[in-house]
Design a protein around this ligand. Structure first.
Ligand code: PEP
Ligand code: MN
Length: 263
């Protein structure tokens, strides 16, 4: 179902009228985690002002340590819903467990499957039974073939609205948090008909590297970006080091849209 051979036309995923996979790039932005209702509403306003198309923010956080902040959970989802209502920005957020799917169907516009759950097949099947757009992140150490098969799991249950998201993979390199694999953009486009967006924040782990990675991804044909933006990165509950301030994000978006015009 994912294979381009049996579906030559590009799939365009429509999220409340915003088209992912069309001519324009779609930019999703916001903090790693929802930290309070006030914080997500404020940053939603800032990324809207900067030119973002959608709001990101994790309410359920897959943290390495069980003692680290785990997210605001249902309260975080409700805070996102309120930020959406105030700004009109559609919301993308991570679902970690199928038992929370109803609150996502009700309040969320794109369901994110995180890197750590890329091969959680029961979760893939559960989102496959809905018709919500799914942002499928590539696993930390997964091959392109495994990633495509994960998308196949979702589509085989009936959901056609799958968006790939490259967020860097684990290599021996330690200067960056992960290694951004830009070759996947062309490969995914050749092998599949689905859109692909790039997450330069988790791919690099360093806000200083986010702009160049974003612009390179757009030049390579990505359909969009998902970027971590925080207005007080040093006090962020998670991923502050890779979060752009709104001003820096605004200038990135302008450059990115200019490049998108010519690719
Ligand atoms: C995130 O988007 O904040 C996140 C946890 O991403 P990933 O699953 O790519 O690590
Ligand atoms: Mn993060």
């Amino acid at each position: 179902l994912v294979n381009r051979m049996f579906h030559p036309e590009d799939t365009i995923v429509d999220v409340n009228g915003i088209k992912i996979g069309g001519k324009k790039i779609v930019v999703m932005a916001g903090p790693c985690a929802v930290e309070s209702k006030e914080q997500i509403e404020r940053i939603a306003g800032e990324v809207l002002e900067a030119g973002a198309d959608m709001l990101r923010g994790g309410a359920y956080k897959p943290r390495t340590s069980p003692y680290a902040f785990q997210g605001m959970m249902t309260e975080g989802i409700m805070a996102l819903a309120s930020a959406r209502e105030k700004t009109g920005l559609p919301v993308v957020t991570e679902l970690m467990s199928a038992d929370k799917i109803d609150e996502f169907i009700e309040n969320v516009d794109i369901i994110q499957i995180g890197a750590r759950n890329m091969q959680n097949f029961d979760l893939l099947k559960a989102v496959g039974k809905t018709d919500k757009p799914v942002l499928l992140k590539r696993g930390l150490a997964n091959t392109i073939e495994e990633w495509i098969m994960a998308a196949e799991y979702i589509m085989s249950e009936g959901n056609k609205n799958v968006i790939f998201c490259e967020r860097g993979i684990r290599t021996f390199e330690k200067y960056t948090r992960n290694t951004l694999d830009l070759s996947v953009i062309q490969i995914i486009k050749e092998r599949t008909h689905l859109p692909i967006v790039i997450d330069p924040s988790h791919a690099t782990g360093d806000w200083k590297l986010v702009e160049s990675a974003s612009l390179a991804a757009i030049a390579a044909g990505a359909d969009g970006l998902i970027i971590e933006v925080h207005d007080d990165p040093t006090h962020a509950f998670s991923d502050g080091a890779q979060s752009l301030k709104p001003e820096k994000f605004a200038s990135l978006i302008n450059k990115g849209r200019a490049i998108a015009e010519v690719v």
